[in-house]
Design a protein around this ligand. Structure first.
Ligand code: UD1
Length: 341
């Protein structure tokens, strides 16, 4: 297939681009580089051993999308593009709704216009909201606790509604748990701008000496050691899930499919610290602080549906995830370079 990957220069998008190419697809990337460095493109081409066509514009530009979908003869879209910082979304809700939802609407209009009916959407386990029982199954009700999360809930609904309008639509909603890790080469990985919001990049920056200590948000949860429990999934396993989902929706007649992508195993913050210390040989200094607003005690997937239907399962362990994060972070302590690589 000829696959358009929106947000293909980002963390999960870039890993998925490589796996799509490896599976024999042709890939075209659209990314506005609002949260990605242009140097990732050269690294992708180096790893892929072939040129990766990239178009730098905002999805809001519907005319450009129409032209791109038509000229490139696109068969399917994998849609990652969107803003994803929870705290920022609370401060700037309108920016989040405009960018994430506006971008998706513009994309879906262009797809319908150009008769492109297959879309794999980057959703999140955040749609299970605050009170979901674990392990989380796909049929739980959806809700959110912040504007970022609501954009995921709303985009899922928009996709379900749009899928009714033409019987050719095939939609995959992929609910990611906590993506971490990096490509085994250490050449591409997660490069958050500013202070990392998420645990693994923060731990990695402490290990490499960019930050002094980790703050552990709460040790009084009802969990194995009192710290928050999450289902960390290697970004390479996650990327493989996209390739399988795309294949599946191309071969089956179900209009909308929802799949959890997680390992089904939960790890606490202290277990992550321990695994990272083991993988890196570095000590991670930390101090315990109060809980972070909006956090839940435990989140992990029931991945049975993806395993049953897609034949996909996450293979890599927490130590693999830490080792690959560390290879990326230690060889790129400041992330991707700004200018020439
Ligand atoms: C966060 C978002 C979620 C989003 C996901 C993917 C919040 C409240 N949730 O999920 O909506 O879909 O990222 O980007 O931001 N922790 C620390 N110290 C830190 C950072 C995190 O102790 O410096 C703890 C957290 O309390 C949590 C665990 O580590 O228990 C994982 O946190 P994080 O990586 O931010 O992911 P989520 O909160 O699961």
């Amino acid at each position: 297939m000829r696959v358009l990957v929106t947000g293909g220069a980002g963390y999960i998008g870039s890993h998925t681009v490589l796996q799509l190419l490896r599976a024999g697809h042709e890939v075209v990337v659209v990314d506005d580089f609002s949260n990605a460095k242009p140097t990732v493109v050269g690294r992708l081409e180096e790893l892929a051993g072939q040129p990766v066509p990239v178009h730098a514009f905002d999805l809001a530009d519907g005319d450009k999308l129409d032209v791109l979908l038509a000229q490139e003869r696109i068969d399917a879209v994998v849609h990652f593009a969107g803003s994803k910082a929870v705290g920022e979304s609370v401060a700037k809700p309108l920016d989040y709704y405009a960018n994430n939802i506006g971008g998706t609407i513009s994309l879906l209009r262009a797809m319908a216009q150009q008769r492109v009916w297959r879309i794999v959407f980057s959703s999140s386990a955040t749609v299970y909201g605050e009170h979901a029982p674990v392990p989380m199954t796909e049929d739980l009700p959806t809700s959110a606790t912040n504007p970022y999360g609501w954009t995921k809930v709303m985009i899922e609904q928009i996709l379900r509604d749009v899928a009714v309008t033409d019987e050719r639509w095939r939609v995959a909603l992929l609910r990611y748990f906590n993506p971490v890790g990096a490509h085994g080469s250490g050449r591409i990985g997660e490069d958050p701008s500013g202070i990392p919001n998420n645990l693994m990049p923060y731990v990695a920056q402490v290990a490499v000496g960019r930050r002094e200590e980790l703050t552990v948000f709460g040790d009084d949860y009802d969990t194995v050691d009192g710290t928050g429990v999450r289902d960390y999934i290697h970004v390479e396993d996650l990327a493989a899930g996209h390739v399988e989902a795309l294949q599946w929706i191309s071969e089956h007649d179900r209009a909308v499919s929802t799949w959890n992508l997680g390992t089904g195993r939960g790890s606490s913050v202290l277990q992550v610290i321990g695994a990272f210390e083991q993988a890196s040989g570095r000590t991670i200094p930390y101090r315990v602080a109060p809980r972070r607003a909006g956090d839940i005690a435990a989140s992990y997937a029931d991945p049975a549906r993806a395993e049953r239907e897609l034949g996909w399962r996450a293979e890599r362990t927490l130590v693999d995830m830490c080792a690959d994060t560390w290879r990326w972070q230690s060889t790129n302590p400041e992330g991707y370079p700004d200018g020439q690589d």
